[in-house]
Design a binder for this molecule. Structure first.
Ligand code: C2E
Ligand code: MG
Ligand code: MG
Ligand code: MG
Length: 292
């Protein structure tokens, strides 16, 4: 199971690899020290409301600045983090860093921005996950309403009874619960119904092939209708074309995310989004046929 040499000469962990048994030990060693060496960073991808293209918030996305290989994406190290259990301390750092960022935005006058944090399966399973989140919010005196927690349906399905309890606790606190990558797992409608989630994110793979009269379009509009019948709002991720935006808006998505609007950015670049010349409000406004 030898992989082609990576960017800077030697093999790198990849999602195709079955387990960390295939991962070079040096890579795991570096990964285990990345946190203490301050090599992780959060990047932020904007989420916009349909129609008026108002910036409603961001999703935090983890990046690793590897000393030799440059910036690595989650696909290159997240499976190893998960399998080694390093995701627990790293995930905790992500939550704290996200809350620090919300605090800074608040100081800058952007207290209405929300931030979504992705929770990994192992992280969600931790018995103290509620405390970890609450402590981070309390540390920066944040309203829970500015935080969204994204987890996939397979994460929620692992132990449905416990998931319902934990997500109920998050919801009761006022945190938004979001089901990420919907459509890629079991897409269990009954499960969805039992989860106290306010938001559903349609996976990029469905958005990618969407077009007038395609099979995917029917699947997506069915998912959106089901979500609405459960009082969930729908976010479309991975929007790259205006055609996709128009179709998803007509089908009733509430929020849009994708390279068409903005790529993930480091915190110091976010102000560039706010420059009038970069405003996506200039683009044609599409009025949703049905919306919530
Ligand atoms: P996700 O949560 O579904 O995040 C969306 C991914 O799609 C991001 O990739 C984002 O950069 C990418 N994306 C957004 N819009 C577009 C688009 O228009 N076109 C294309 N081609 N891609 C787009 P990224 O940052 O590489 O993250 C991949 C996955 O890694 C995330 O998928 C999430 O599952 C996971 N992840 C990222 N950060 C964290 C984290 O802090 N903790 C945990 N547990 N998982 C994370
Ligand atoms: Mg996500
Ligand atoms: Mg997603
Ligand atoms: Mg996805």
């Amino acid at each position: 199971h030898v992989k082609q040499a990576g960017r800077n000469g030697w093999a790198i962990y990849s999602p195709e690899m079955e387990s960390i048994a295939d991962t070079p030990p040096a890579f795991l060693q570096e990964l285990s020290q990345a946190l203490e060496h301050n090599q992780f960073e959060l990047w932020y991808q904007p989420k916009y409301t349909v129609g008026d293209h108002a910036l409603s918030g961001f999703e935090a996305l983890l990046r690793w600045h590897h000393p030799e290989r440059g910036m690595l994406l989650p696909a290159e190290f997240l499976p190893a983090l998960e399998e080694t259990g390093l995701i627990i301390p790293v995930g905790k750092w992500v939550i704290q860093q996200a809350c620090l960022q919300l605090h800074q935005w608040k100081l800058q006058g952007n207290s209405e921005w929300t931030l979504a944090v992705n929770l990994s399966p192992a992280q969600f399973e931790q018995h103290d996950i509620i405390d970890v989140v609450c402590n981070a919010l309390a540390q920066y005196q944040l309203s829970p309403a500015c935080l969204t927690l994204e987890l996939t349906e397979s994460t929620a399905l692992k132990n449905l009874k416990r998931s319902i309890e934990v997500l109920n606790a998050f919801s009761a606190l006022g945190i938004t619960v979001s089901i990420d990558d919907f459509g890629t797992g079991y897409s269990n409608i009954l499960m969805l119904k039992s989860l106290p989630a306010r938001e559903l994110k349609i996976d990029r793979i469905f958005v990618k092939d969407i077009s007038e009269n395609s099979k995917n379009t029917k699947i997506v509009s069915t998912i959106i209708d089901i979500a609405h019948s459960m009082n969930m709002r729908v976010v479309a991720e991975g929007i790259e074309t205006q055609e996709q935006e128009i179709l998803l808006t007509q089908m009733g998505c509430s929020m849009l995310q994708g390279f068409l609007f903005a790529k993930p950015l480091p915190a110091h670049k976010i102000h560039e989004l706010l420059q009038p010349e970069n405003s996506i409000k200039q683009k044609p406004v599409v009025h949703p046929l049905s919306h919530r």
